[in-house]
Design a protein around this ligand. Structure first.
Ligand code: MIC
Length: 296
C-alpha cells in the first residue's frame, strides 16, 4: 500500500485509460486485485448500500467512509480512488477528510460541489454550493495532503442544476484551484462527452454509472474521447444482486442448496481468494503450528 499515490500518478501518466472497478467491501476488492486491474475505486453509493442498506443520499459520515476506503486499499493492495462526497463540510472539514483518507492508505479522493445532504449524481433534486466556495475547498484539500502525490479529484454536479456550459466553467475554475483530475458528473450526450476533456488540461474522469444517463461506452471509446480514468462504480454490485437473489429463490423453491453447489464458489477457492495462501506462508515463516496456536 505504501507509495500508492505515487503509483496512481504513474498510472495516470501511462498511455491508455486507467480502468478502476468500483467496490464497497473486501471481498469485491480481492476480486478486482485477482483479476489483474491496476487500480480500484471505492463507490460511495455502493458503500451506503453495503454498509447501511440505504441509498446514496448523504447518510454516511466521513469517518465511516475513510474507514471503508482504508479496508479496500488494504484488501486489494491497489492504488485506491475513493469517493469523499462533498468533503463533509467547509475547507477545515475538507482538510481533516484528506488527512483521514490519506492515513487510511487511499491514493486519491473525489469531492463534489453539491450542498449537504448530497445525492447520487445521477438522481434528480441536487443543489450546489457557489463555485468560489468549492474552489476554496479544493485549495484546502491540496494544502492538507502530506504526500504531494495524493490525487485530488474535483467533481462538479452542475450539468443537471445549472446546465452544461456552467458545468464546464466550474471544471475550469476547479482546475485553477489546483485539482489534479476533473470529474464532470452525469454528462448525457456524446457532444458533452467530447467537450469535457477538451475544456481542461488536467486529466478527466469518466463515470460509467449504471443509471443510463451517460451513454454506455467501451474502454476504447472512452480513451478516444480523451478521458484518462474510467470508474465503474456499481458494476460488480449490480452483477452480484441477481446472482444472490437467484440462489435464494432456488433455496426457497427447491428447499435445499444441493442442486446449485456446482455453480457456487468452492469453500477452498473462497478462502484462497481471501488470502489463505499468504496466511499459510506466514504461518510457516513464523513457525505457527497447530500446537503453537493452542498455546496462544
Ligand atoms: C460515483 C458515485 O458517486 C458513487 O457513489 O460511486 C455515484 C455512482 C452511482 O450511483 O452510480 C454517482 O453519484 O455517480
Amino acid at each position: 500500500m505504501g507509495r500508492s499515490a505515487g503509483k496512481l500518478r504513474a498510472l495516470l501518466k501511462a498511455p491508455g485509460v486507467l480502468t478502476a472497478p468500483g467496490v464497497a467491501d473486501g471481498v469485491m476488492a480481492r476480486i478486482v486485485a485477482r483479476e489483474g486491474f491496476s487500480a480500484i475505486y471505492m463507490t460511495g453509493a455502493g458503500t451506503a448500500a453495503t454498509r447501511l442498506g440505504w441509498p446514496d443520499v448523504g447518510l454516511m459520515t466521513m469517518t465511516e467512509m475513510a474507514d471503508n476506503a482504508g479496508r479496500i486499499a488494504g484488501a486489494s493492495g491497489l492504488p485506491t480512488i475513493a469517493d469523499a462526497d462533498t468533503g463533509y463540510g467547509g475547507p477545515l472539514n475538507v482538510r481533516r477528510t484528506v488527512q483521514c483518507y490519506e492515513s487510511a492508505g487511499v491514493a486519491a479522493l473525489h469531492m463534489e460541489d453539491q450542498s449537504w445532504p448530497k445525492r447520487c449524481g445521477h438522481m434528480a433534486g441536487k443543489t450546489l454550493i457557489p463555485a468560489e466556495d468549492m474552489a476554496a475547498k479544493i485549495r484546502a484539500a491540496c494544502d492538507a495532503r502530506e504526500d504531494p502525490d495524493f490525487v485530488v479529484i474535483a467533481r462538479t454536479d452542475a450539468i443537471a442544476v445549472e446546465g452544461f456550459d456552467k458545468a464546464l466553467d466550474r471544471a475550469k475554475r476547479y482546475e485553477q484551484a489546483g485539482a489534479d483530475v476533473l470529474f464532470v458528473e452525469a454528462p448525457t450526450s456524446m457532444e458533452q462527452l467530447e467537450a469535457i476533456p477538451r475544456a481542461v488540461s488536467a486529466p478527466c474522469l469518466f463515470n460509467m454509472a449504471m443509471s443510463g444517463k451517460t451513454p454506455f461506452l467501451s474502454v476504447e471509446e472512452i480513451e478516444a474521447l480523451g478521458f484518462k480514468l474510467a470508474i465503474y462504480p456499481n458494476l460488480m454490485l449490480m452483477a452480484a444482486i441477481p446472482a444472490a437473489t437467484g440462489a435464494l429463490r432456488r433455496l426457497k423453491s427447491e428447499g435445499s442448496i444441493k442442486g446449485m453447489t456446482n455453480e457456487l464458489t468452492k469453500f477452498t477457492d473462497f478462502f484462497d481468494l481471501m488470502g489463505m495462501p499468504e496466511v499459510r506462508e506466514l504461518e510457516e515463516r513464523y513457525q505457527i503450528s497447530e500446537d503453537a496456536r493452542a498455546g496462544y
